[in-house]
Write a protein that binds this ligand. Sequence first.
Ligand code: 5GP
Length: 125
Amino acid sequence: MPIDATQPYDDQNIFAKILRGEIPSKTVYEDEWALAFHDINPQAPFHVLVIPKGRYVSWDDFSAKAPAEEIAGFVRAVGTVARQAGLVEPGYRLLANVGQNGHQEVPHLHVHIFGGRPLGPMLAR
Ligand code: 5GP
């Protein structure tokens, strides 16, 4: 079920548990600001999730409340993951689902990186 993008942060969400090392993930990148790991149910040959280390429910929460340094660190981390995976020349797609209509399921901000094949039109019709 999609979440409400305005809900308070829940420390028991699955990505909070991954950040604390309480459940495993296939990490591809980590720095001061971000953790990136393979999606458990990949929708493309390359499907990685990048999450900020801070407690942010959604893109809305993050863009409104995060300090500039944290936003810069997170945005750079997303770019670095894609670059290190060799996705820049063939191209890739970023996606951040927000709230009900965006069908966001996990209430900790995550940016999906998709790549490894032509991804087709932006949205299913
Ligand atoms: P959303 O719909 O919220 O944008 O995407 C949530 C994503 O998290 C989905 O693509 C789903 O496969 C992924 N996901 C859910 N639970 C886990 C988990 O425990 N580990 C990993 N690696 N990915 C997960």
